[in-house]
Design a protein around this ligand. Structure first.
Ligand code: SF4
Length: 226
């Protein structure tokens, strides 16, 4: 697809609160989809009216608003007050979800134990499932010895398809992904029956904060763009 015909919101030249997509009468970016994608806008709106999407979408927006303090009082300055883990639990309660899948990377086993306890303390029933479930050697998916993390040894493959099958089998209402690798998360999303959110993504060198490399891309991580 030619660059001119691609949607390029990431290159929008206007401030976040000056754009036509955030403020009525605001400014459009180049090839702005708010102005050019009317048919798709209507199509998406139709989806939001369907059950059970309608209630899911409504509750996500209610939850989003509740993540800020002091709304409705002037002069208003955005004041976020809830960490994501709380946001997830509150949203799950709003939706009436009881059974949660906690789908984690074994490298975050300690964090998973804490999150699991937190979820159970809040009355959820959890099915927690680690990435290496099944203990299948990586050779099963065609990995050569030199491609393993543990060269010359047994190296269990991450098994996001089995993780999905286990939570599907438990008939979870909602799943929470904690630290799955790039691509393993994609496979989990593809195979999971219940809707899924992400508590944290894996970033091995930034304490699972991938934006650290973006925030420092002007200096310490400048080499990334070379
Ligand atoms: S929708 Fe339009 S105004 Fe909003 S970010 Fe994209 S290009 Fe900019």
């Amino acid at each position: 697809m030619k660059k001119e015909s691609r949607v390029r919101c990431a290159e929008c030249q206007h401030g976040p609160q000056e754009r036509v997509c955030t403020a009525p009468g605001g400014k459009p970016g180049k090839g702005c989809p708010t102005l050019t994608k009317k048919k798709l806008i209507r199509k998406a709106n139709e989806e939001y009216r369907k059950k059970p999407v309608a209630e899911f979408a409504r509750q996500t927006a209610v939850q989003e608003g509740e993540c800020y303090a002091g709304r409705g009082k002037g002069p208003y300055a955005m004041h976020p007050v809830k960490p994501r883990v709380l946001e997830i639990m509150e949203f799950a309660k709003k939706m009436g979800y009881k059974r949660l899948g906690l789908v984690f990377c074994v490298g975050l086993a300690k964090e998973a134990a804490i999150v699991n306890e937190l979820l159970e303390n809040h009355g959820f029933e959890t099915t927690s499932i680690a990435c290496k479930v099944g203990g299948i050697p990586k050779e099963e998916i065609g990995i050569k010895d030199e491609e393993k993390i543990f060269v010359g040894q047994h190296d269990s493959m991450c098994n996001p398809i089995l993780q999905a099958m286990v939570v599907n089998d438990a008939k979870t209402d909602f799943n929470i992904v904690l630290g799955l690798c790039v691509g393993h998360d994609s496979l989990f999303f593809k195979y999971a029956d219940a809707p899924t959110t992400v508590l944290a993504v894996k970033d091995r060198v930034t304490g699972h904060n991938p934006l650290a490399a973006i925030y420092t891309s002007g200096n310490f991580y400048a080499w990334l763009s070379k």
